[in-house]
Design a binder for this molecule. Structure first.
Ligand code: NDP
Length: 328
């Protein structure tokens, strides 16, 4: 038996709770993992609270991120005792995830924990931080260099935003954070922002084109914010879109794209090919000041606390990242 956060949906409604689960109920997979830590991402919070259609089959163990030790393996790639890492692949949505003491996965979804990163640090980074790195890699791939000018990060005090700021600042970019929490300005500056703006300046319907300011952007918010960010992006600037904290809509015009040659790059972490993941994690170990995680991730909680914390996260009360110690 092992403890797991289980989401059920039936005639009694949608509910999440910690249960003792028999190992025979573990899903298909060639690698069984004793989980050390998982995390709470925005998507996990939607799943746990039932606020968004994340979970595709019930009962479901949420948790899109896992780090743990291989207990048994039918794969040549992993052996008992290896420390493995998993982000995405529909885990926590269609396949039981990491918010449990034990998990079983396909070896195709697992990578080895990168050298230089501890299991706890890997979850303080989590999908949010790995997605932040995918955004930075896309900016660089499209030629945005520090001398081009300011990079805007929206949802700055959230998980993706916090890590993105840390990475960009370490790489020498001038970073501006957009936040709805002015009281977090000092935190954002410690992470590496040179300037912090009020997210309300971006959240309402705006003009098709605005004064050119951003050389690049990491947008975690979507909706009018993303439209306004594109409208104020400089000639040939690059906007990476990874999130929908304001909304899934994109009420924009094509003006920034056809008149200023702006590039909008979509970022997906879930089905991202393994080769790109390996690069992203390698770069997180090298191009990111891991000591910044002490500021970004101050919360290590147990499985029981994950339910209330999910509500807090969706209410915008959580700063940075939350790690879940599943054995606590
Ligand atoms: P967090 O909840 O940690 O951060 C989201 C931040 O967005 C909040 O902290 C807040 O920042 C800001 N925000 C919240 N509500 C609003 C709003 N109504 N209007 C404007 N800003 C708002 O989430 P994550 O950082 O983990 O994820 C951010 C987004 O990225 C989510 O939408 C998530 O689903 C998405 N995501 C996508 C991935 C992909 O593969 N494409 C992978 C990972 C995440 P502040 O308080 O500073 O204003």
């Amino acid at each position: 038996m092992f403890n797991a956060l289980v989401i059920e949906k039936d005639e009694q409604g949608y509910r999440s709770g910690v249960q003792s689960v028999d190992e025979s109920r573990l899903p298909e997979g060639d690698v069984t993992v004793n989980v050390l830590y998982s995390t709470l991402n925005y998507k996990d919070a939607l799943a746990v609270t039932g606020s968004g259609p994340v979970v595709r089959s019930f009962p479901m163990v949420p948790g899109i991120d896992t780090v743990g030790i291989v207990e048994s393996s039918d794969s040549d790639r992993f052996k008992p005792g290896d420390t493995v890492l998993l982000n995405g692949w529909g885990v926590g949505e269609t396949h039981w995830g990491g918010l449990a003491q034990k998990a079983r996965f396909s070896s195709k979804w697992l990578i080895s924990l990168p050298a230089g990163i501890t299991p706890l640090q890997s979850m303080a980074i989590g999908t949010a931080g790995y997605t932040a790195m995918l955004c930075v890699m896309a900016l660089q791939k499209h030629g945005v260099t520090p001398d081009h000018g300011e990079i805007l990060v929206t949802g700055a005090a959230g998980g993706v935003g916090s890590v993105a700021i840390g990475i960009l600042a370490k790489l020498g970019y001038t970073v501006v954070g957009s936040t709805g929490r002015p009281e977090q300005a000092d935190y954002l500056k410690q992470l590496g922002c040179t300037d912090v703006i009020d997210r309300n300046t971006l959240s309402e319907p705006g003009r098709a084109l605005a004064k050119e300011r951003w050389a690049g952007a990491v947008d975690t918010v979507g909706s009018h914010t993303l439209a306004n960010v594109c409208a104020a992006t400089k000639y040939r600037g690059v906007v990476t879109a990874c999130g929908l904290a304001q909304g899934m809509d994109f009420p924009a015009t094509v003006a920034p794209f056809i008149l200023r040659g702006v590039t909008l790059v979509g970022i997906d972490s879930v089905q991202c090919p393994v080769a790109d993941r390996l690069v992203a994690w390698e770069r997180l170990a090298n191009d990111f000041d891991l000591s910044k995680l002490d500021q970004i991730s101050t919360d290590v909680i147990g499985l029981e606390e994950a339910i209330q914390k999910s509500q807090d996260l969706l209410s915008g009360k959580v700063r940075g990242r939350v790690v879940v110690d599943v054995n606590r």
